[in-house]
Each structure stands twice: as structure tokens, then as C-alpha cells.
Design a protein around this ligand. Structure first.
Ligand SMILES: NC(=O)C1=CN([C@@H]2O[C@H](COP(=O)(O)OP(=O)(O)OC[C@H]3O[C@@H](n4cnc5c(N)ncnc54)[C@H](OP(=O)(O)O)[C@@H]3O)[C@@H](O)[C@H]2O)C=CC1
Ligand SMILES: O=C(O)C1=N[C@H](C(=O)O)C[C@H](O)C1
Length: 267
């Protein structure tokens, strides 16, 4: 399958180019950078420190869509919405790792799925995190009166908070309790907050250094607490998950899917 990597100059763009270059069933069809970026014109393989791939990074997505099967996109919300619309027009697979999307962005992405794109979107593409989210759902359901708090820490360059993963874990806890995260979310406590309101789901975000991604879900009850932890050690876990999602989505009908669908997790 022929894959376009968007955001080629970014941290995840580099990881995605490497993952495709090393994948037996995927071929790098094109790599896209932002107009004006210093990466435009460089060979994608050499840029990520490997062998030359004969694919020059371009800023012209429309010029490389012919012949492509899929787009892997870890960029920014506006770029992901625009790419979803292009994927819909051509029935392409579109893997979206971008976080920080607004409700309107998510609605536009869902509309692109309904209009012909085969989209897999996830706040986290690592296998371990998808399994952890499943465990959080089960724990939140079983310990229905325990306080759920979600902690995350990321590198100093991250621009959105709470992280997409933290929100995904919050959604899993909310699903386990049959409530809406929107109604229960409490983020960034400061000052005289009053006592914790039972049933809420709390979020704390830390930023600093080069941390790739630490997440912890705490279920705190009377005289005990459970801590469910995940620590990312390398961005290849996300890139490998995205590659796996490409291969899975190719065989699906148009629509919007998650990594739970890709892994076939039902419980
Ligand atoms: N779901 C998952 O598993 C994971 C998701 N992420 C998410 O992926 C996204 C990217 O993360 P990361 O690689 O660390 O970030 P970077 O800032 O390193 O990379 C983002 C890339 O996207 C490009 N870009 C940004 N805005 C636009 C735009 N409007 N049009 C075209 N290109 C654009 C940037 O270009 P330029 O450099 O020129 O600005 C850059 O190359 C984030 O939302 C992050 O949270 C990250 C890791 C895992
Ligand atoms: O920006 C990042 O780096 C990451 N973003 C994703 C998120 O927002 O959860 C996934 C991972 O935690 C790294």
C-alpha cells in the first residue's frame, strides 16, 4: 500500500517515515511538509537518518494524491480536517493521530468518514494504551463510587492539554459508568475549589523536558487506591500502531473508526 505521511518534519512525521520505510507491506508514496518549512525538497529517507528513498518532501498535497492509498497524519487540527476532506473525495484511508481537535473539528472529520474516507482516529496509537483504556473502563464500572483522577506528563513542546490520551482514558471511565465525560470533567484545579464533587473525573497536565508521554489513571476509594500506569519510551509505538491501522482500514467500508476497532477489542 502506498502511504502519504503528513507533517513530515515533525516528531511523529519522522517516526512515521521510519516505520513505513521498515515495513514490508507499506511504501512511502509521498511526504508532506508545511509550505515554507526548511524540510521541503529534502529526501524523506535521508531526512530521518536512513537510506535515501527517492521521495522529496513536498508542500503540494494535491500533486501527490494520485496513486496514493492512505494518509498518515499527526499534524494539527485544521490540517487534519482539510486532509480528511481530501481523503473523502478519493475514498482514501486516513489515519489521524492529531490531538486537540474541537467539537467542530471532530464533526467535520466524522462527516468526511460518512462522505467516503476510511478514517481511524485515536488519541493514542500504541497497543498498550488501547488495552489500558479497556482496563480503565472495566475498573471504573466495577468501582463505581471511587474517585477517578487522570494525570499526564509530556514534553515541553506539546501544545494541547489535557492530552488526547488523557481524554481518551476519561471517555473510557465515563463509558464504564454510563455517564458523559462532558458533564463530569474537571480540569486544572486552582484556588479555593471546595470539596471534590462525587462522580467527577479529574485531569492534571504537566509539561517539561523531553517526556514522550506518561499517563496514570487513579481510582481512589476508602482506604485504598488503584493506579493504572502507562509510560511511552519511544515514538515507534505510535508509528507502528498507525501502520497497523492503515492495513486494517484498507479492508473496511468508509467511516470513522477507533483503535478499539482495529484491535477487535470487545471486552
Ligand atoms: N495519537 C497518537 O498516538 C499521538 C498523537 N500525537 C499528536 O500528533 C500531533 C503532532 O505531534 P508532534 O509530531 O509531536 O508535533 P510536531 O510539532 O513535532 O509536528 C507537527 C507537524 O505538523 C505540521 N503542521 C502543523 N500545523 C500544520 C498545518 N496547519 N498544516 C500543515 N502542517 C502542519 C508541522 O509543521 P511545522 O514544523 O512546519 O510547524 C509539523 O511538521 C499532535 O497533535 C500530538 O498530540 C503525537 C504522538 C502520538
Ligand atoms: O503530543 C504528544 O507528544 C503526544 N500526544 C498524544 C496525546 O495527546 O495524548 C499521544 C502521546 O501521549 C504523545
Amino acid at each position: 500500500m502506498k502511504v502519504i505521511v503528513a507533517g513530515a518534519g515533525g516528531r511523529m512525521g519522522v517516526a512515521n517515515i521510519k516505520a513505513i520505510a521498515n515495513h514490508p507491506d507499506l511504501l512511502l508514496h509521498a511526504a508532506i511538509g508545511r509550505p515554507g518549512s526548511a524540510v521541503i525538497g529534502k529526501d524523506a529517507g535521508s531526512f530521518v537518518g536512513g537510506d535515501a528513498l527517492g521521495v522529496a518532501i513536498t508542500d503540494d498535497i494535491d500533486a501527490v494524491l494520485d496513486g496514493a492509498d492512505a494518509i498518515i497524519d499527526f499534524t494539527a487540527p485544521g490540517a487534519s480536517v482539510a486532509l480528511a476532506q481530501k481523503a473523502a473525495a478519493r475514498g482514501l484511508v486516513h489515519i489521524i493521530g492529531t490531538t486537540g481537535c474541537s467539537e467542530a473539528d471532530d464533526a467535520a472529520i466524522a462527516a468526511a468518514g460518512a462522505a467516503g474516507a476510511r478514517i481511524v482516529k485515536s488519541g493514542n496509537f500504541s497497543m498498550g494504551m488501547v488495552v489500558l483504556a479497556n482496563l480503565v473502563r472495566q475498573a471504573a464500572a466495577a468501582l463505581a463510587d471511587y474517585d477517578v483522577e487522570i494525570f499526564e506528563m509530556h514534553h515541553a513542546k506539546k501544545v494541547d492539554a489535557p492530552s488526547g490520551t488523557a481524554l481518551m482514558l476519561g471517555e473510557a471511565a465515563a463509558l464504564g459508568r454510563n455517564v458523559s465525560l462532558k458533564d463530569k470533567k474537571v480540569s486544572g484545579r486552582d484556588g479555593h475549589t471546595g470539596a471534590r464533587e462525587p462522580g467527577t473525573i479529574g485531569f492534571t497536565a504537566l509539561r517539561g523536558g523531553t517526556v514522550i508521554g506518561d499517563h496514570m489513571v487513579i481510582l481512589a476509594g476508602p482506604s485504598e487506591r488503584i493506579e493504572l500506569n502507562h509510560k511511552a519510551e519511544d515514538r515507534t509505538i505510535y508509528a507502528n500502531g498507525a501502520a497497523r491501522a492503515v492495513l486494517w482500514a484498507y479492508g473496511q467500508k468508509p467511516g470513522l473508526y477507533s483503535m478499539v476497532d482495529v484491535l477487535g477489542l470487545t471486552d
